[in-house]
Ligand binder design. Structure first.
Ligand SMILES: O=C(O)CCC(=O)C(=O)O
Ligand SMILES: [Fe+2]
Length: 360
C-alpha cells in the first residue's frame, strides 16, 4: 500500500539550547549559533531549551496564578479592563481580540514596558493593570526580567549566527537595549464546534523575538511550514494538520524545559528577508482551559530597523555563487514604535480597525 508522502525534514521544529550562550567561552557556541541561523532561515521557529537557566516550577506557578485570575467572575476581571486605561494595557474579554477580521476565542491580559509620564488618553501610553491576587505582580515581574535578559542573550547569539562584526553588534545592541517588551497572559477555553474562527487566528508576530511558555496542552499551537516543492497527503496523523499551497500546519506542542521561540517581522527587516517571520495560529479543541504566556522581546520604541550589512553580505555571496538568481528586494526601514502603534490601532473588537495581527 502506498504510504503517505511526508517530508520528515519538516516534521518537527529544531531544539536549541541556550546554555552555550550563557557561559563565556563555551566550546559549543559557534555550532549552536550556526544551528540558530539555520533554524531562522528554514523555519523562523524553534524550541529554546532554557532548563539550565530557569526552574520549571517558576512558569508553572505563573500559569497557576493566571488560572486563578481567569476563574474570577467577569465583573472582577473587568476591573482591570483595557477600557479603563489606554485601550491596550489590561484585560480583554473572550472574543474582544480580533485577528483577520474574526473574533479570537481567548481572553487575555496585556502588559507593555512602562513609560515615563503615562497618559491614558493616548493609545499605549497608559499604565499596566495588575490583578490584585497576592504575589501575582511580584512573580510576573521576576519573569519579565528573566525574559528581557534572555532576549538580549538570544539577540547576541543570532548576531553571531548571522556573522555580524563586533562593531555591527554594538550598533544592533543599541536598537534593543531598552526593549519595548510586551507580555500577554492568555486564557483559552475549548473552541466550540460551531465556532467559525480560531482560538487565535493565523498571524505573524510583528516584533523581534517571541518566547512562549504554554501549559502542557497538546495540539493547540500550530506553525505553518511552507515548502512549495513539497507534496504532502493528508494522512490523519499528527503533526500534519492540513495541506495548503504545498505547505502544512504542524503542531508545536510544549516540550518540558523549553520555550517556543519565533522571530517577528523586525528580524525579517534586519535580515532583508533571510529570516522569515512564520505564520502560526492556535486551535484549541481539547476539553481543558489552556493558558499560555508569550513574552515579546522587542526593539526600542524609537529604534530605526533596517537591513543589516551582515545579511546583505550573505545575500551578495549567494548571488555571486549563483545560489540566488532573483533580484534582491531591499526592505524599507521602519521605526519600531510607529509600526507597533499602527498594528495596535485595529486590535480589538471595540475599535474600528481590523485585527491585532492583520498585516495592513
Ligand atoms: O498561545 C499561543 O500558543 C500563541 C499565542 C500567539 O501566537 C501570540 O499571542 O502572538
Ligand atoms: Fe503569535
Amino acid at each position: 500500500m502506498e504510504g503517505p508522502i511526508v517530508n520528515t525534514k519538516l516534521a518537527a521544529l529544531p531544539i536549541i539550547s541556550v546554555e552555550p550562550f550563557l557561559q563565556p567561552g563555551h566550546h559549543g557556541r559557534l555550532s549552536a549559533a550556526a544551528a540558530l541561523h539555520a533554524a531562522c532561515t528554514e523555519y523562523g521557529f524553534f524550541y529554546l531549551d532554557i532548563s539550565s537557566h530557569i526552574d520549571p516550577s517558576e512558569p508553572e506557578e505563573l500559569t497557576r496564578l493566571a488560572r486563578e485570575f481567569f476563574a474570577l467572575p467577569e465583573e472582577e476581571k473587568d476591573k482591570i479592563s483595557i477600557a479603563n486605561e489606554d485601550g491596550v494595557r489590561g484585560y480583554q474579554r473572550l472574543k474582544e481580540n480580533v485577528t483577520n477580521g474574526k473574533a479570537d476565542n481567548h481572553e487575555a491580559i496585556d502588559f507593555f514596558k512602562p513609560v515615563e509620564k503615562p497618559d491614558k488618553t493616548k493609545t499605549l501610553w497608559g499604565e499596566n493593570q495588575w490583578p490584585s491576587i497576592p504575589g501575582f505582580r511580584e512573580k510576573y515581574e521576576v519573569w519579565i526580567e528573566k525574559m528581557k535578559n534572555l532576549g538580549m542573550v538570544v539577540m547576541e547569539a543570532m548576531a553571531t549566527g548571522l556573522g555580524v562584526t563586533p562593531e555591527e553588534w554594538a550598533e544592533l545592541q543599541s536598537k534593543v537595549d531598552d526593549s519595548f517588551w510586551v507580555m500577554r497572559i492568555i486564557g483559552y477555553p475549548p473552541l466550540p464546534n460551531d465556532h467559525d474562527g480560531f482560538s487565535c487566528g493565523a498571524h505573524k508576530d510583528y516584533g523581534c523575538l517571541t518566547f512562549l511558555y504554554a501549559d502542557p496542552t497538546p495540539g493547540a499551537l500550530q506553525v505553518y511550514l511552507n515548502d512549495p516543492g513539497l507534496v504532502v497527503k493528508e494522512d490523519g496523523r499528527t503533526p500534519v494538520q492540513r495541506v495548503e499551497d504545498g505547505g502544512r500546519w504542524i503542531n508545536a506542542d510544549p516540550i518540558p524545559g523549553c520555550v517556543v521561540c519565533n522571530i517577528g517581522e523586525m528580524w525579517e527587516v534586519w535580515t532583508n528577508g533571510l529570516y522569515k517571520s512564520t505564520l502560526h495560529r492556535v486551535v484549541h479543541r481539547g476539553s481543558n482551559y489552556r493558558v499560555s504566556i508569550p513574552f515579546f522581546f522587542e526593539a526600542n520604541f524609537d529604534a530605526l530597523v533596517e537591513p543589516l550589512p551582515a545579511a546583505r553580505r550573505i545575500q551578495d555571496d549567494d548571488r555571486a555563487v549563483g545560489k540566488a538568481t532573483e533580484p534582491i528586494k531591499v526592505y524599507e526601514p521602519v521605526v519600531y514604535g510607529d509600526f507597533l502603534l499602527k498594528k495596535l490601532s485595529g486590535n480589538y473588537a471595540t475599535s474600528p480597525g481590523k485585527g491585532r495581527y492583520d498585516t495592513n
